[in-house]
Design a protein around this ligand. Structure first.
Ligand SMILES: *[C@@H]1O[C@H](CO)[C@@H](O)[C@H](O)[C@H]1NC(C)=O
Ligand SMILES: *[C@@H]1O[C@H](CO)[C@@H](O)[C@H](O)[C@H]1NC(C)=O
Length: 162
């Protein structure tokens, strides 16, 4: 065999022996791929501004105006399902700062609402074929420490956990 050809083949062999192993295959579709394949997502904005009939809350509403006496969350899910939504997102705290859960760290929440027992409805999405997510605004027009990054970050973390 021609010496140069022999040397070239040897180099090619060494190249392939040294090439890194292929990356392990990951499960597919990934959660992110699934997220992007969901064509229709639906947001439910529900809070004090629902009862002031405004698009945005100011953060200065009285929490007692929150009075969902005729709430039926199953109707929301039926509407989402009939529209073909595969993911519904409930805004549990919007810019006004009103929380749809009771917290020891604020009184601007369902705990101060007229109706006892919180929101008065449960969003049971999976049973009806949609995924359910929650949205929480980091902006807060109610909380006085908003603007002081360190204090507010601490408040926000505590709000989520207690
Ligand atoms: C809530 O809505 C669902 C779906 O429309 C209906 O089947 C159910 O009877 C309603 N519940 C009440 C208490 O009205
Ligand atoms: C909530 O209101 C109660 C009663 O007025 C008060 O004692 C408490 O300090 C308030 N909590 C917060 C986090 O503002």
């Amino acid at each position: 065999m021609n010496f140069h050809l022999y040397f070239l083949l040897l180099e090619i062999l060494v190249f392939f022996l040294n090439s890194p192993p292929s990356l392990p295959l990951r499960p597919s579709p990934s959660w992110r791929q699934q997220f992007h394949s969901r064509r229709l997502l639906m947001f439910f904005h529900f809070g004090v501004n629902t009862f002031t009939d405004s698009e945005r809350g100011s953060g200065h509403e009285s929490p007692s105006i929150f009075n969902p006496e005729r709430l039926n969350a199953s109707q929301w899910m039926d509407a989402a399902q009939s529209a073909g939504a595969q993911l519904v997102i409930l805004t549990v705290k919007h810019h006004d700062g009103f929380c749809l859960w009771p917290s020891a760290y604020t009184n601007f929440s369902v705990a101060s609402a007229r109706r006892e027992g919180g929101c008065g409805g449960r969003v049971r999405g999976r049973r009806q074929g949609a995924y359910v997510g929650f949205y929480l605004s980091p902006w807060d027009l109610h909380e006085s420490c908003y603007g002081d990054t360190l204090l507010y970050n601490e408040f926000y973390r505590e709000l989520l956990t207690g």
